[in-house]
Every structure is written in structure tokens, then in C-alpha cells.
Design a protein around this ligand. Structure first.
Ligand code: NDP
Length: 483
């Protein structure tokens, strides 16, 4: 009988003592922390422990934040040279690096993602966004975006819970580099790293009011979107809310960018390097618990290699370590909220009832907190809900194809168009397929790679505009086409 090798891992917890969490937080308006009136709890989704009380911003708070942002724009930020603005961005980037362990621990406690990911992906990439945009601040005239680039003014920014600090960086860094001031609202379940970022703004001596952070729920988001004192809206989140925002700003002069959902195809051709593609499939769907808008959530496999890939994938999935996000050995952490867990369960149950076959990796899930085992569904057809709707969890839907054209047709058969992956050893096939796919970001023989220099965004219901790179910068300047 074949002997199976297995390794025991000693616990390797990161220290929680690296962060000080206050029992209650207010908003960050005009360079100061100001008390809020109503509060709601933010919890650690891995333990359900209440971490702190977060303020719910109402009309008066949003008005105060917009007023502070306008004042900072007219009196300071719009008058400052790009070179000076750039210095602040460099300073913020360096402080984020210096305080990176603090940011990583806080992100993991509030969001549930493994410390390995917050430490090695979220925080370094967030700092990289500030470094990159710091470099643009004094070079806007040379970016090919017009000879007299002009900021919009005040940007209202609304971000989701899946990459709280990183999405803040994607929004704040280009806005400031282009000369705008901002009012930002983090998601209800993940406000803590945005509030730590407010401390970084103070530490960097950023002029008061250039960055304002108001915490709250969807009702605060509505107040920002509809505020007459805001010139530009930047939103990342669900397609459903994106459509509401698009309607709300349609009759105004506000400029808008929307980063919405996805249902990406990860296509494996029969000539792909199988073992590498297994790692790419795992990274594509199980990174960040699958809470990734560009996740490779539809695996599109060539029929001739389907059995081999699925068997190898199940073996690999059985080795994914699910559990305490603060443990440095953990691969898959907690689902961010009870609501999200219920949504994942509901869509998975739809997969069962519509006739797909579910397989979940055997693992012991902790008794407290919100957890979902890494799962794949085989026998999925294009009509199934799990092939069409964003599950936003660690659940992969597997479809098969016989000819390359069939792979493309299936990949494009979606209302979304954010990202896609192609696995093949043949360069000509990769180039051909990437030209056929209707997706904003296409990875070849890799997946889920991000870089501040590279524009990110979608087609169709995945959104409007781009973030990152020169294209993303253009969204924060007046009268420049985004595409
Ligand atoms: P939402 O789109 O509801 O939330 C995104 C942000 O918008 C949050 O800050 C939210 O506030 C805010 N918001 C909610 N309603 C409004 C509104 N009417 N006007 C303005 N802002 C608003 O996403 P959810 O968190 O509810 O997640 C639902 C689903 O969306 C997920 O299951 C997933 O499928 C998808 N999603 C996609 C993301 C992506 O990157 N593409 C990111 C997150 C979710 P608050 O959180 O405080 O309610």
C-alpha cells in the first residue's frame, strides 16, 4: 500500500499585541477625529468577538466631510504644485511600509483573511499604489492626458470589504496625485484599517481635509453619492449597487467610475502544464476566500484532461489549511460576515438542486465564526445559477469544452467581463484566445496578479472605467476619456 506523507504544523500565530484597537471610533474630518453619534459593532469574523464600535455617519457628518474636502481643495491642495503633492504621497507610502505589520494584523482581525495574505499582498500592494502615484503627481502634463490636466475637485469614494486597505489605496492614491481631495467610506464590516490610515495621514502631516473618512453602512454611501458638493464618484462593490449609483448620477454633472462584479473564466487547454495550472486554479478561486471580484470562479477545462485535472485539484484542495487567520500557516481564513456566508450557502444549495455535483475538501471548521470549506462543483452547465452568479466565496464551478472556440463561447457567455485566465504552453493559442475574450484583465499561465502600473477594470456589467496605471489616473482628471 502506498504510504501517504503528512506534515504536522506547530501553531504559528502572529502577535495581536502589535495593534491597539480603541473601544469606539469617530470619523476623520478636516484632519481630526470627531465623535460620531450612532454606533454599530465591528467583529472579528473568525471568532465573532466584538473588536470595536464604529460610528454611523448621517447627513450632518457627510456634509461636514464634504465641506472640509472642498475647503482643502480650494485653499490648499489645488494651489499646491504636483511636486509638493507627490512628497506627501511618498511620505504616506513610507509610513504604511513602516507600520505594515500593524496594518496586516488589523486587516486580518477585522476582515478574516489569512495574515499571510494581508502581510504579503494587501499591505505591500497598498503602499506600492501610493509610491506609484506619488511619481505621477508632478508629471501629469506628460501623461498624454492633455496639456493642462485639471482635477475634478472633491471625490466621493465608496469601497467594499474584501480588500479594505488595498481598495482604499486604489481610490485615494490616484485621486490625490491628480489633485483631488476625498471623502471615503469603508464598508460597514471593515472600517478599522481605513481609520488607521487616517492616523497615517496625520503622521504624514497631510493638510487638513485632503482626506476625510466617514464610516457607516449603505445609507452613508447613498448620502455620498447624492451629495451636491461632490464632483466625482468612485465605487467598488456589487453590480446591483453599481446600477443604483449609475442611475443616481445620470442626471448630474458628476463623473463616475464603477468597479463591479465578475464571474471569470479560467480556461485550461489540454497542452497546459497541468501541475502549474492546478496552482493557478487554487490561487484563482481560493485566494482571499474567493472574495475577489476577478476570482477565477468558472473553471473551463478541455474534456481530454478534465478527469486528470479534477483528481489533482481535489488532492491539492485537501491540503489547503483552513482555520485561524492569524496563524501564518493558514491558507484559507474566515468568510467576512454571516450575510456573506448565507449567500454562499444559498448559491451552493442552488448548485445541488440544479443537478451539479458538489465536493468539499475534508477539513475541520472552527466552531465559532463564519467558515466555508473549499468546494468544487462538477457537471455544471451554463444555465446553472452557480455558473452565472457571483458566489464571492471559495466555490468553483467546473465546465468542460472540446474545441477552443467552444471554450471562448462559454467564457464569454456571462453578463460580466472583468477578468479571465488562459493556460496553454502555446503562445499562439494564448494570443488568439486573449483576443477573443471579452474581459478587461487577462492572465496567461498565471492568475490574480496585480500591479499599480497595470489598468484594472471590466466590460459589460463589471463596470465603467479603469483603476491603476495611466488609464486609472485619467479617471481623476476632468474631460479625459477613461477607456
Ligand atoms: P455592496 O455593493 O452592497 O457594498 C459595497 C460598498 O457600497 C459598501 O461600502 C457598502 O456599504 C456601500 N453601499 C451599499 N449600498 C449602497 C448604496 N445604495 N449607495 C451607495 N453605497 C452603498 O456589496 P456587499 O458588501 O453588500 O456585497 C454583496 C455582494 O456584492 C457580494 O456577495 C459580492 O457578490 C459582491 N461584491 C463585489 C465586490 C467586488 O469587488 N466586485 C466587492 C464586494 C461585494 P456597507 O458595506 O457599509 O453596507
Amino acid at each position: 500500500m502506498e504510504e501517504k506523507l503528512s506534515f504536522e504544523y506547530a501553531p504559528a500565530p502572529e502577535s495581536r499585541a502589535l495593534v491597539t484597537i480603541k473601544p469606539k471610533y469617530g470619523h476623520f474630518i478636516g484632519g481630526k477625529f470627531v465623535a460620531g453619534s450612532k454606533h454599530f459593532p465591528t467583529i472579528n469574523p473568525a471568532t465573532e468577538e466584538v473588536l470595536s464600535q464604529i460610528s454611523l455617519a448621517g447627513k450632518a457628518d457627510v456634509d461636514a466631510a464634504v465641506k472640509a474636502a472642498r475647503k482643502a481643495y480650494t485653499t490648499t491642495w489645488s494651489k499646491m504644485s504636483g511636486k509638493e503633492r507627490g512628497k506627501y504621497l511618498f511620505r504616506i507610502a513610507r509610513i504604511m511600509q513602516e507600520r505594515s505589520r500593524e496594518f496586516a494584523v488589523l486587516e486580518t482581525l477585522d476582515n478574516g483573511k489569512p495574515i499571510r495574505e494581508s502581510r504579503d499582498v494587501d499591505v505591500p500592494l497598498a503602499a506600492a499604489h501610493f509610491f506609484y502615484h506619488a511619481g505621477w503627481a508632478d508629471k501629469l502634463e506628460y501623461a498624454g492626458l492633455g496639456t493642462t490636466p485639471k482635477a475634478h475637485g472633491v471625490a466621493g469614494q465608496i469601497i467594499p470589504w474584501n480588500f479594505p486597505l488595498l481598495m482604499l489605496a486604489w481610490k485615494v492614491a490616484p485621486a490625490l496625485a491628480a489633485g483631488n481631495t476625498v471623502v471615503l467610506k469603508p464598508a460597514e464590516t471593515t472600517s478599522l484599517t481605513a481609520l488607521l490610515f487616517a492616523e497615517v495621514c496625520q503622521q504624514a502631516e497631510l493638510p487638513a481635509g485632503v482626506v476625510n473618512i466617514v464610516t457607516g453602512d449603505g445609507s452613508t454611501g447613498v448620502l455620498i453619492v447624492n451629495h451636491p458638493g461632490i464632483d466625482k464618484i468612485a465605487f467598488t462593490g456589487s453590480t446591483e449597487v453599481g446600477k443604483i449609483i449609475a442611475r443616481a448620477v445620470a442626471t448630474t454633472n458628476k463623473s463616475v467610475t464603477l468597479e463591479l462584479g465578475g464571474k471569470a473564466a479560467n480556461i485550461i487547454f489540454e497542452d497546459a502544464a497541468i501541475d502549474e495550472s492546478i496552482e493557478g486554479i487554487v490561487n484563482g478561486i481560493f485566494f482571499n476566500q474567493g472574495h475577489v471580484c476577478c476570482a477565477g470562479s468558472r473553471l473551463i477545462l478541455q474534456e481530454s484532461i478534465a478527469d486528470e485535472v479534477i483528481e489533482k485539484l481535489k488532492n491539492r484542495m485537501a491540503k489547503i489549511r483552513v482555520g485561524d487567520p492569524m496563524d501564518k500557516n493558514t491558507d484559507l481564513g474566515a468568510i467576512n460576515s454571516k450575510e456573506q456566508l448565507l449567500k454562499i450557502r444559498e448559491l451552493s444549495a442552488a448548485g445541488d438542486s440544479e443537478g451539479a455535483q458538489r465536493w468539499s475538501a475534508p477539513c475541520d471548521l472552527p466552531g465559532k465564526g463564519f467558515w466555508f470549506a473549499p468546494t468544487i462543483f462538477t457537471g455544471v452547465t451554463q444555465a446553472h445559477r452557480i455558473a452565472r452568479e457571483e458566489i464571492f466565496g471559495p466555490v468553483l464551478s467546473v465546465l468542460t469544452f472540446r474545441t477552443p472556440q467552444e471554450a471562448i463561447d462559454k467564457a464569454n457567455n456571462t453578463p460580466f467581463g472583468l477578468s479571465a485566465g488562459i493556460w496553454s504552453e502555446k503562445g499562439s493559442k494564448v494570443l488568439w484566445a486573449s483576443q477573443q475574450l471579452r474581459a478587461g484583465v487577462i492572465w496567461a499561465n498565471t492568475f490574480n496578479k496585480f500591479d499599480p502600473t497595470s489598468p484594472f477594470g471590466g466590460y459589460k456589467e463589471s463596470g465603467w472605467g479603469r483603476e491603476g496605471g495611466r488609464h486609472g489616473l485619467s479617471a481623476y482628471l476632468k474631460g479625459v476619456s477613461h477607456e
